[in-house]
Design a protein around this ligand. Sequence first.
Ligand SMILES: NC(=O)c1ccc[n+]([C@@H]2O[C@H](COP(=O)([O-])OP(=O)(O)OC[C@H]3O[C@@H](n4cnc5c(N)ncnc54)[C@H](OP(=O)(O)O)[C@@H]3O)[C@@H](O)[C@H]2O)c1
Length: 279
Amino acid sequence: MKILLLGKNGLLGNELNRAFSPDESIDLIALGHDGLDITDENAVYEFLKEEKPNLVINSAAFTYVDDCETKENFVMDVNGHANEHLAKICHKIDAKLMYFSTDYVFDGEKDDGYFENDKTGPINVYGKSKLLGETLIQENTDQFYIIRTSWLFGMQGKNFVKTMLELANAKKTISVVNDQIGKPTYSHDLAKNVFNFVKTGYDFGIYHMTNERVTSWYDFATNIFRIAKINVDLIPVTSKEFSRPAKRPRISTLINTKLPPMRDHLDALTSYLKELKII
Ligand SMILES: NC(=O)c1ccc[n+]([C@@H]2O[C@H](COP(=O)([O-])OP(=O)(O)OC[C@H]3O[C@@H](n4cnc5c(N)ncnc54)[C@H](OP(=O)(O)O)[C@@H]3O)[C@@H](O)[C@H]2O)c1
């Protein structure tokens, strides 16, 4: 099987590259932004026509949620419209297309969390752009996997866990929001799960893939410092008190009804803190 991985240098792309590379039955082509700009329709067409992958995994995106608010056209292109030509070209060359989406396609007002086929309703530009990507893919190819995930942490780049650890070095007291809840997910676990998903072969459609156990950012921070054995004063605050440019959904819980569950995020967090050599 020939697989083209796009966005290989990102938080998730880096782990996907690590998960797929060792398998000798897979002919993997992994490209970063400098290798192929997904918004360049001609370049994407020429590359795919030449290489004819069986599966394209698009892990490339613009993911700075607050910055998206002032870059709407740009973000809609990268996260949304680029997936229209990707899907059309994949359809033409008979390749499957995998796209990663987010809990932020939902409005966060459903107390029990969201099933795969629940009504979407993003409340920020990032969420709107990711939903546009989902929609354009479904309109232009039948052979798609849309994988929604949430609250990623991992070795590559910045994330909430690293931010908490850095803040604990600089400050005695840290304020963390306690009125947004969701499922933190270790990019290493997600990439391994995606690898197993591809090897197993599932039906086309929308999937939710996260580590298990619902938490708030405040409770997640409490667990980071408990497991890392770091003493710090954590102050729970509301989203209103901790104002940011982009609104966040209150409930970000993705419910998985189609796949074997991934492990508890606290186990995953422990593995991550070990990989960071914090414990
Ligand atoms: N991080 C999360 O918490 C989270 C949660 C839910 C869903 N997701 C989704 O998961 C996927 C992976 O996210 P991530 O956290 O790994 O993102 P990331 O770390 O920001 O990586 C995204 C990668 O995409 C590349 N990229 C940006 N624009 C591109 C373009 N026009 N052409 C080609 N490459 C481009 C970036 O390269 P440059 O930096 O060089 O531009 C970067 O290496 C995304 O679809 C995201 O929406 C992420």
